[in-house]
Design a protein around this ligand. Structure first.
Ligand SMILES: C[S@@+](CC[C@H](N)C(=O)[O-])C[C@H]1O[C@@H](n2cnc3c(N)ncnc32)[C@H](O)[C@@H]1O
Length: 242
């Protein structure tokens, strides 16, 4: 890093930043405070960065943050929804972090050009990863790696993907428990948290007399079976059980 003060990223954003391929041309969609682009510039990790947000307020926040670190001239600030404010040839790496899984899905759905092997996507859903993962896989985005970060007592997945694959369905266990988290040290606890959540949901459904909830309860049981199996496999793979 050159002189001047260094921005300290949260563990969540740092984990994303560390997966940005060196020399990338990055679009940070939903940049808000602009911390990720600033850190990438400070560490010489990207050749170009578009800091994008759908609202003027957050984009102004990003401009202020960049000015604080003397980097305002080195970032391209873009106002617009999703990827509408970047051209496909400008970038090769797309970051969409800190949003709900369904919002991330709708941003990518509106930009089908991202489903191409030229692009690396780093996605970090705050919710509904179980909706986002199967959609991505069915569309042909290929999971390269995943990892978990613990923030505010919640486990958040970070996913690296590239476009241009053949669509593959995921199992319901992969949708909920992750595609590439078998070696993640946090996966055991993250699976426990999911098992707790799904058991709670199942208990509610089993008390219901609404016929549709019987169907949902059966689906919830299927999720639980697969998550329990994943937990067993994780324990074996990580030497916690022989
Ligand atoms: C919670 S912040 C996340 C900031 C940062 N990416 C992070 O992970 O810490 C979410 C940001 O996404 C922006 N946002 C929401 N929907 C968006 C969309 N469709 N296109 C671009 N930005 C969007 C919001 O305005 C907000 O600034």
């Amino acid at each position: 890093m050159d002189g001047g003060k260094e921005l300290i990223l949260s563990e969540r954003l740092l984990a994303i930043a560390q997966w940005i391929p060196p020399g990338s041309r990055v679009a940070d969609i939903g940049t808000d405070h602009g911390y990720l682009p600033i850190w990438l510039l400070q560490h010489g990790c990207a050749a170009f960065i578009a800091a994008c947000d759908v609202r003027e307020g957050p984009l102004e926040h990003a401009r202020r943050s960049a000015a604080q670190y003397g980097l305002q001239e080195k970032l391209s600030f873009r106002l617009g929804s999703g990827l509408s404010c970047v051209a496909p040839d400008e970038i090769d790496t797309i970051v969409i972090a800190g949003m709900g899984g369904e919002t991330i899905l709708s941003i990518l759905e509106a930009a089908p050009w991202t489903n191409d092997a030229r692009y690396t996507l780093l996605l970090q859903p705050m919710t509904k990863a179980e909706v986002l993962r199967p959609w991505l896989s069915e569309q042909g985005y290929v999971f390269l790696k995943e990892r978990l970060v613990l923030e505010n007592r919640t486990y958040f997945p970070i996913m690296a993907l590239r476009g241009g694959g053949t669509g593959q369905p995921l199992s319901i266990g992969q949708a909920w428990g992750g595609v590439a988290l078998q070696d993640d040290p946090l996966q055991g606890n993250a699976l426990d948290a999911l098992l707790h959540l799904c058991t709670y949901a199942l208990n509610g459904l089993e008390r219901s007399t609404v016929p549709k909830n019987l169907e949902r309860a059966a689906q919830q049981r299927a999720i639980l079976v697969q998550l329990r199996r994943m937990k067993e496999e994780w324990l074996h793979a990580n030497g916690k059980r022989t």
